[in-house]
Design a protein around this ligand. Sequence first.
Ligand SMILES: *Cc1c(COP(=O)(O)O)cnc(C)c1O
Length: 356
Amino acid sequence: MKKHNFYAGPSILPQYTIDKVAEGVKNFAGTGLSVMEVSHRGKEFVAVMEEAVSLFKELLEIPAGYEVLFLGGGASLQFAMIPMNIMQKKAAYLNTGEWASKAIKEGKFFGEVVEVASSKDRNFCYVPKNYEIPDDADYFHITTNNTIFGTQLRKDLDVSVPLVADMSSDIFSRPVDVSKYGIIYGGAQKNLAPAGVTFVIIKEDILGKVDRPIPTMLNYKTHISKGSMFNTPPVLPVFAAVQTLNWLKDNGGLKAMEKRNIEKAGMLYDEIDRNRLFKTTVNDVEDRSLMNICFVMNDEYKELESEFMEFAKSRGMIGIAGHRSVGGFRASTYNALPKESVEALVSVMKEFESDK
Ligand SMILES: *Cc1c(COP(=O)(O)O)cnc(C)c1O
């Protein structure tokens, strides 16, 4: 039976990426060796790293003055590295979920954190809209897609301080105006590559303003000056990322991805809204994530939750359990998820409804 992969992360990758990585694991760039067993300083892998940077710049139309880094430590390490490198005294954060809360916690190790707004009062089921950012904040941190709660901030905000965005789970899902951001970062394992590499797009002129000493490995300047090769980079995930980036390019780039993502998510939200058994946990249409679609049983059908889970599983739906802090279901519809998988889930929901 065909499996439909709705995992939230690590998550579905294009078949193209998987095939190309399988090839490279056996015979990398005609070397007769595996990509896993060659020097990261050899010309073949240096070319991979350069291609990764240039495809990021091309697909996201990154303007001059920005650097693209590939680091270890996950998005979670960036929660600390960002304030360590750019918080002089104070930073502002928008609290839209668990990852944002974790970023806030790390920010507090380095200075004053102003939480400008939070949607915690309603279990993070919306994105706060009206808030003020202090003019003297060194930056404003947002999480563009809240992987756990299924909300998304889909426009590039205009703010008067450097904008810092965790885009772990929606990078490359739509065109982004990079010029509006000081830093864009994320773990690659949602929409780009296997786990193990973290991308950081950074505007160089926001660096060099803090007084605190920064350990070498945690200093962005180290990695900028060495082109992400100060120490051994996550070779295999970077190699995989290049394959996905080429796949994105061959499939029409970010405008085409956005169009497909709107269509796929729309199909599923329409069914959740229509089907009398289910409801979404994110009511404001504007806040609904195109990447992680959270839904639960309607109140009068609560007792059917585990039955639906089993029913869906038996029809090849993988990874649709909601995160424990939301419950119910979550279908992640990342770039690589084909429209056919959404259609399959929709028909499973219809079929289940017709029996009840
Ligand atoms: C998954 C996720 C993270 C955590 O990433 P790690 O690479 O595991 O540290 C952070 N932020 C968001 C929005 C995520 O979805």
